[in-house]
Design a protein. Structure first.
Length: 297
């Protein structure tokens, strides 16, 4: 994929990822957090399920695979998004986005411990740099402990779901997996809302616009563009651009919500972005130039 096409698409998908924190924060004025997250992914999951059924994408033919998609949905949608929306009650969209997108760093740690995976030295440097960024970002904000805890838990759930997808996802159509894990996760969030909070949703133009943005643009469109780019470019290099998502989270939190840009947030976000870049980037040595190749040039 050429740069003229790649750059706008990668900016669009990471903008939709990052700005969803700000839009979600706006939505909490009209809905309880778990209910809003549940509605978002039930709607997105239904629309995606209709899409994959209509296109006759291959569906699993065993209960075991359906259970695996349910487990992935429990972590990727219910766990990640439930914790994000709960964190937004007490911390800023900027902080929540920065914490959530530390998940590539945790994938390296959990992958080493649980799957005995091996990573390169520069990837571990990225992990250390990212963890330093977390410490800088949160160093002056330790009074809002519950929001920070939910933000960190969202990152842990995302890292776990990433490892589960790496282990189980190879045999499942990616579009089918996306549709049903969102639907299953949305249903789990709806159940959690009924049990853990006093659910409410104020129906008006603003709340419906927010719900549609979160369900259609920040879920379906964002997913479609992201996978379109991944399939037509180098996945390792493309994933390195994930650092743009927390950048857009901070930027939209400042411009839309008026959240302050503390120096600690900017410095910590820069460290985390650099760490994510190192963890995802695949540095390959340039091929050696031989005498014969020079003489034939």
């Amino acid at each position: 994929m050429n740069a003229i096409k790649f750059v706008p698409l990668i900016v669009l998908t990471t903008f939709l990822m990052g700005s969803s924190f700000t839009v979600g924060k706006l939505g909490l004025a009209y809905s309880s957090p778990l209910l809003l997250a549940g509605y978002r992914f039930i709607l997105a999951g239904i629309l995606m399920a209709v899409f994959v059924i209509g296109l006759r994408r291959p569906h699993p033919d065993s209960k075991r695979v359906w259970i695996r998609m349910l487990v992935i949905g429990a972590f990727q949608t219910a766990g990640v998004m439930g914790c994000i929306f709960l964190s937004l009650r007490t911390i800023t969209a900027s902080q929540s986005s920065i914490l959530t997108f530390t998940n590539p760093l945790l994938v390296v740690i959990l992958g080493t411990v649980l799957l005995k995976a091996r990573y390169k030295p520069y990837q571990w440097i990225g992990v250390l740099l990212g963890l330093t960024g977390v410490a800088i970002t949160l160093g002056t904000q330790l009074e809002v402990k519950i929001g920070l805890l939910f933000g960190l838990l969202s990152s842990v759930c995302w890292a776990v779901s990433t490892l589960l997808v790496k282990r189980w996802g190879g045999s499942i159509d990616s579009w089918v997996l996306s549709a049903y894990q969102m639907l299953f996760g949305g249903l789990l969030l709806l159940l959690a809302s009924l049990v853990l909070e006093r659910p409410f949703f104020i129906v008006n133009g603003h709340s419906l616009a927010i719900l549609l943005w979160l369900s259609v643009l920040s879920s379906i469109v964002q997913f479609a563009v992201w996978y379109y780019v991944l399939q037509r470019s180098d996945p390792g290099k493309t994933s390195a651009f994930l650092f743009l998502a927390p950048f857009f989270g901070v930027l939209t939190g400042w411009s839309v919500l008026g959240e302050p840009l503390y120096p600690s947030i900017l410095a910590g976000g820069l460290c985390i972005g650099s760490g994510i870049f190192l963890v995802n980037m695949d540095f390959k040595p340039r091929p050696a130039t031989t005498k014969n190749s020079r003489s034939n040039a």
